[in-house]
Design a protein around this ligand. Structure first.
Ligand SMILES: [Fe+2]
Ligand SMILES: [Fe+2]
Length: 353
């Protein structure tokens, strides 16, 4: 704790300090330096801690809502946070929206997001758009609509290239990421860094899991490693959309990246899980954020068609379900702008009536 002119401010612990209590830290000191393999493991898991100066340069601006009034700490003459004011602008709220499914999902975003941004004081919105065009893929127009509705960054998944005419658009759109572990030569990019004058700099990575997935993707773990390194040169705030089928692979990714990224958000299975948590080194995690779309369905598609296809084994063309029982599913992560680590994760499931 730090006291300035009678007011007490909390000092955010560094990632390693968060894990080690006083007695563990003492024991560690007594043990002396780690053996090489253990040291490698530590630096690999925690990653380098970005220097404060570099982090501050990445901030887009001060958050007025954290101001303590006219007598409170002020930024310096160049507009950068001072030691005191840094505590006041320490956190930001990032909303991650789960797989937006077809027109019902897009309508939910259009209808609910503007108020959600205002009420929850959201600084940045990341949304998964892999099912936004008729249940599969995304088009340029739909992406523009989602940006206009308040999304800042879009992520993809195994269906991201389903709309054939979207290749050029995906290749050129800097605010959209497709899985980074697609083969070399695939259009688009696997990670992006969002710069804004109005808010902080945030990096986002998209990757597909390999277990029970229809295609043979490259190793997502090593692919993400390389992106985290590049993004952390610009900002400590790193979001990972891990688009995978199994709980175990997603959970493994959460632990693998714990302490190195702000959040690991599971997508693809379209059913929100109730396991949101902060992992031991400060990464926010959830196995599945949930679908934004119609729940009177089979994960977004018309349930009658799906049932017919299963019961008769006849090929059927799947269609987006009617707009019944539509929910916007998402997660709000509150993260430290200095360390990039999460302080809070909250699940949202909002009906769109
Ligand atoms: Fe999906
Ligand atoms: Fe998917």
């Amino acid at each position: 704790m730090l006291t300035i002119e009678g007011e007490t401010f909390r000092i955010a612990p560094q990632p390693c300090q968060q894990k080690l209590g006083p007695s563990a830290a003492r024991k560690n000191q007594e043990k002396g330096p780690c053996p090489p393999n253990r040291e490698f493991f530590r630096s690999h898991i925690h990653g380098p801690t970005a220097k404060p100066d570099r982090i501050i340069q990445g901030l887009g601006g001060l958050r007025k809502k954290k101001s303590k009034g006219p007598d409170g700490p002020r930024p310096d003459q160049f507009g950068f946070p001072t030691t005191e004011s840094r505590e006041l602008i320490a956190t930001m709220n990032i909303l991650f929206i789960g797989d937006i499914f077809g027109n019902p999902g897009r309508q939910a975003v259009r209808k609910l997001l503007p108020e959600l941004r205002r009420k929850r004081e959201i600084d940045l919105v990341i949304a998964n758009c892999e099912n936004s065009a008729g249940g599969k893929g995304v088009t340029e127009k739909i992406a523009e609509d989602l940006f206009a509705a308040g999304c800042d960054l879009l992520t993809g998944g195994n269906h991201i290239f389903a709309q054939r005419d979207s290749m050029d658009f995906i290749d050129g759109e800097q605010r959209l990421v497709r899985p980074v572990n697609f083969p070399p030569g695939a259009p688009g990019r696997g990670f992006a860094v969002h710069h804004s004058n109005a808010g902080p700099t945030v990096g986002v990575i998209n990757a597909c899991g390999r277990t029970f997935m229809p295609q043979h993707y490259d190793d997502p773990f090593r692919a993400i490693d390389a992106c985290v390194k590049k993004i952390r040169e610009q900002t400590p705030l790193v979001f990972v959309d891990f688009h995978a089928e199994t709980t175990s692979e997603k959970m493994a990714m959460g632990w693998y990246l714990d302490g190195r990224v702000t959040a690991v958000m599971g997508t693809h299975t379209h059913v929100q899980t109730a396991d949101e948590r902060l992992l031991h080194h400060g990464t926010a995690y959830i196995t599945d954020v949930g679908m934004t779309g119609p729940y009177d369905s089979v994960i977004g598609d018309d349930k009658e068609i799906i049932l017919d296809a299963i019961l008769t084994q006849r090929p059927r063309r799947f269609e987006v379900a009617p707009p019944n029982e539509v929910f916007l599913c998402g997660v709000v992560v509150t993260a430290s702008m200095e360390t990039g680590l999460a302080e809070k994760i909250e699940r949202l499931r909002i009906p769109c009536s």
